[in-house]
Each structure stands twice: as C-alpha cells, then as structure tokens.
Design a protein around this ligand. Structure first.
Ligand code: DX5
Ligand code: ZN
Length: 222
C-alpha cells in the first residue's frame, strides 16, 4: 500500500552549519524531495531562512524542492521562491486572504501549488480551490518547531481530505511528528507524501539517513 510514497526530509532538523553537505547526504540516502521550512517569526514564532538560502542549495541536488512557507504574507516573495528553484510552493491557508489568487500565481510561476492546513483548520477549507491545487499539506503538529508529538486527531482530517480529493491528481502530504510509529497510520488514512525531520536527521550522516529513510518507507508499507 506504500507504493509511490514520497519521503521528504525536512532540513529544519539538519546541521545548519553544513547545510549543503546535509542536503547532499539526504539526496544520496534516498530522499525523494527536500522539504524546506521557511519561517518568518510572525506567522510562526521561529525564524529560519528564505529564498537566498534555497537558491544557494539548488546546485547541491536535483531532487524536488518542496518549499513550505510558514509566513504571514507569502505573496510578497512568491517570485523569489520560484526563482530560487522551488518546484513546489506551499502556502498556509490561514495566511492567505486571497487563497485562490495566490495558488493561481504559484502555477503561473511554473511551480506546483500547495496549501497547508494548521491542525485546527477544517479539511473543507480547500473545497472551492481544488482545481487550483497540486498538493495539500496537513500539519500534524502546530507549525514552528521540529521534534513535536504527532496529533492523532489529524488522521481523521487526512481521511476526509482523501475523500474530498478523490479522482483528482492532488498529493496529500503530512508534516510533523512523522516517525516509525506514525508513518503507517498516516498512509493508511490517505497520505502519500511524508515529511520527516528529526526521525531522519537523528542519524549520523548519509548511512544513518539511509537507514532512517528506509525504515520510514517500511513503516509506511506496514
Ligand atoms: C514544523 C515543520 C516541519 C518540521 C517537522 O513546523 O513544518 O517540517 O521540520 O519536524 P519533525 O519531523 O521533527 O516533526
Ligand atoms: Zn514543513
């Protein structure tokens, strides 16, 4: 049942003093995508990086760059995230006054358009923008920090989204608290792309990351 499951390591849990090496290591270890957590210190309390860092990492890997914008005003820099080499740009539904327009703009820029839902945001928030969407990112923790515990109530939301998106080419991605214990449940509920930070980067370098990625794939299949 886990055929075609996408594993997207979040570099939030990587060693920021050696980001290029870390991205290269997870690439060689079998990552499908690289998940890039952009935080602005406003939409979420934490701060990370923006387009210049993404652009600097672009030469390190050919893997899909999955940019997750946890920012209050994503419209201001959409062009910059596309120019930096993001293939997927995901904005937060809670941050977009004009979500339909923002998603359309992401596609105009040649990227796949994603929308992320905080834990309290209902699944049907996306009902009227489905034809603008390539991906729905279900936050399975409150965004802002790595290493938090998975919120079990999100399993029902994933299943609801699977039903809402039936027959459409929309990926359901999950983010936060994905471990060997939770990977099987989220896939059973309908997720097909799994972001994992600490569960992958707790390993030591490429070999450790490979062991962790393979274990998450195996757990997703179980
Ligand atoms: C949380 C981020 C996640 C985070 C996941 O705000 O969006 O991508 O890195 O970290 P883990 O896998 O450690 O929960
Ligand atoms: Zn994320």
């Amino acid at each position: 049942m886990a055929d075609g499951i996408i594993i997207a390591p979040s570099i939030l849990a990587a060693d920021f003093s050696r980001l290029a090496e870390e991205v290269s290591a997870v690439d060689r270890a079998g990552a499908d995508w690289v998940h890039l957590d952009v935080m602005d210190g406003h939409f979420v309390p934490n701060l990370t990086f923006g387009p210049p860092v993404i652009k600097a990492l672009r030469h390190v890997t050919g893997k899909t760059f999955d940019s997750h914008l946890m920012v209050s005003n994503p419209d201001a820099l959409l062009d910059a995230y596309a120019d930096a080499g993001s293939e997927i740009i995901t904005v937060h539904a809670e941050a977009c006054l004009h979500l339909d327009r923002t998603l359309s703009r992401i596609r105009e820029l040649g990227c796949r358009a994603g929308v992320s839902l905080n834990p309290h945001t209902p699944a049907d928030f996306v009902s009227h923008v489905l034809d603008r969407l390539d991906l729905i990112l279900v936050m399975t923790v409150n965004p802002g920090f790595g290493g938090q515990a998975f919120i079990p109530a999100m399993l029902e939301k994933i299943a609801t989204l699977k039903a809402i998106t039936a027959g459409r080419d929309i990926i359901i991605e999950v983010d936060g608290g994905i471990t060997l214990e939770t990977a099987g449940d989220v896939v059973a509920a309908g997720a097909t792309a799994l972001v994992a930070g600490s569960a992958i980067f707790k390993g030591d370098g490429e070999d450790g990351y490979r062991v962790n990625i393979d274990a998450i794939r195996a757990a997703a299949a179980s």
